[in-house]
Design a protein around this ligand. Structure first.
Ligand code: GLC
Length: 527
């Protein structure tokens, strides 16, 4: 097995607007994050991923960049950033930045130039097409944020492409100058000490050069977003995109010990394929199987066993329970199953990505329509597509604004924060936070959990998922009950001791041949 530290690291995603406000404007910032590094270190986090902090008009909260080389004043400035990196590195924590190569803001100077005239040198940096003869958009492509993906620009009478909001024009990755400039942006931040990137919508970079209409998706219903009414065969996962990811990864590899993880929602065989195409340990695609597959022991087991085997030991899997685009796991599964999901995520081989607040069991917060901020909510009113509920302020303590800020935060808190917060969970021996800490601690102290191979296990019981982790002569057994009933399992041969339950009420209990798992319970056993 090749030794690669990234494969063992625990990554923590911070949504900077919502983590900690240090300057009393109701919005989180870089100095706020710096204040909380001790908390993150104590939790056992090895690397931070910061959602975008670049200069931006914030129509999509930073995923619409107007200057790739600067920090938005809402979050601080370049020297605050340098100091955050320094402090994190002093504590032996890496820092990944979010990186948005598919599109910029329409306020980016490149786009302002591009839209100015058809012969502007920056015209071809974006994707422009003349209208059809009847004035209609060039084809049927749709925007993820509702409506067509094309916007007619009065200035020159042509349409520009925007896969997301109208304020987020897509860059033209077929233009070598774009490739060069974006590569330089990566180099700029890596020279500043950034340890790598989470690449936003990495599967979208290239679009069909013939701009063909996309076919209708027969399984679409009115409850799904309009974007899903088409099959995106001409805008997603083009071979040129896959090759470009390899090329961007080679920029990463100009520097030592850097890493890039790509946001790609796709199927098992394609995720595995990506490892092969990019072919380097400084790269991994996200695996969203805990989000996309039903909470069912058989389906999850089938995926995990096959995925782990096919990724193989030269590379490492990733596991995600949530992020700033997905409903929180504790809301989706309920608290008990969310604990078991966390246990699995932290004990499987590879990199777990923890979304801030997951370690507290934070839930979605209801955000009334009139307070909605997210363009997914404001562009598509009447549906429940908004992502604000999973982006609410981190719950630090029981004070008026949850210890996040001393003024009204940009998104609301719900009363539950009075009990569910860092300060009170530290004191409660059975809290979510203490579950995370205990499992992470085991992961760091047991070599089988840190880097050992995963050995699938077959139980006669279809409600239980289990596996061994194995390194040299050390073995760890992980079991998870996916049902709301008690389950009995036959233990594999060995002298087993239960060292942890997701209920946090058993320790060092000797087990015989059978084990009773309580409803939704997860357990770690050592031999
Ligand atoms: C990604 C981000 C999402 C953003 C979109 C457009 O999916 O995670 O938050 O809105 O890209 O950049």
């Amino acid at each position: 097995m090749v030794d690669n530290n990234w494969g063992k690291r625990i990554i923590y995603q911070i949504y900077p607007r919502s983590f900690k406000d240090s300057n009393g404007d109701g919005i989180g910032d870089l100095n706020g994050i710096a204040e909380k590094l001790d908390y993150l270190k104590d939790l056992g986090v090895d690397a931070l991923w910061l959602s975008p902090i670049y200069r931006s008009p914030m129509r999509d909260f930073g995923y619409d960049i107007s200057d790739y080389y600067d920090i938005d004043p809402i979050f601080g400035n370049l020297s605050d950033f340098d100091s955050l990196i320094r402090k994190a590195h002093d504590k032996d924590m890496k820092v990944l930045m979010d990186f948005v190569p598919n599109h910029t803001s329409f306020e980016h100077p490149w786009f302002k130039e591009s839209r100015y005239s058809k012969d502007n040198p920056k015209r071809d940096w974006y994707i422009w097409k003349p209208p059809k003869k009847n004035g209609a958009a060039p084809n049927n492509w749709l925007s993820q944020f509702g409506g067509p993906a094309w916007e007619l620009d009065k200035e020159t009478g042509e349409y520009y492409l925007h896969t997301f909001d109208v304020s987020q024009p897509d860059l033209n990755w077929r233009n070598p100058q774009v490739v060069e400039e974006i590569s330089n942006v990566m180099r700029y931040w890596m020279k500043k000490g950034v340890d790598g990137f989470r690449v936003d919508v990495a599967y979208y970079l290239f679009k069909d050069p013939f701009f063909r209409d996309e076919p209708h998706n027969p399984s679409h219903t009115e409850h799904h977003i309009q974007y899903d009414s088409l099959l995106h065969i001409y805008t997603i996962a083009l071979p040129e995109t896959l090759n470009m990811l390899k090329k961007l990864n080679s920029v990463i590899n100009e520097f030592d010990d850097r890493f890039m993880v790509c946001e790609i929602y796709t199927f098992l065989h394609e995720i595995v394929n990506l490892y092969r195409i990019v072919g380097h340990q400084s790269f991994a695609p996200f695996n969203f199987s805990f989000i996309s597959l039903p909470w069912n022991a058989q389906e999850q087991k089938k995926f995990i066993d096959e995925f782990d085997e096919r990724v193989g030991h030269d590379y490492f899997p990733t596991y995600v329970l949530g992020n700033h685009d997905q409903p929180r796991i504790a809301t989706k599964l309920g608290e008990d199953f969310a604990r078991t999901a966390a246990l699995l995520q932290l004990t499987l081989r590879g990199m777990p990505f923890i979304y801030y607040g997951e370690e507290l069991g934070m839930k979605n917060v209801k955000v009334p329509e009139e307070k909605a901020m997210d363009p997914m909510a404001t562009n598509m009113k009447g549906f429940d597509f908004g992502r604000d509920p999973e982006r609410t302020p981190m719950q630090w303590d029981a004070s008026r604004f949850g210890g996040f800020s001393n003024v009204e935060p940009w998104l609301p808190l719900e009363q539950e924060f009075k009990e569910r917060n860092v300060a009170s969970e530290k004191e409660d021996k059975k809290s979510f936070l203490n579950l995370y800490k205990s499992v992470i601690n085991l992961r760091k102290t047991r070599k089988s959990l840190a880097g050992g191979k995963l050995v699938p296990l077959d139980f006669k019981n279809p409600n239980v998922l289990g596996f061994f982790r194995q390194e040299a002569d050390e073995e760890t057994l992980v079991l998870a009950n996916f049902s709301e009933e008690k389950q009995v399992v036959e233990l594999p041969k060995g002298d087993w001791k239960t060292v942890l339950s997701t209920k946090l009420d058993v320790e060092n209990r000797k087990e015989k041949d059978q084990l009773n798992l309580r409803p939704s319970e997860g357990m770690i056993l050592c031999s």
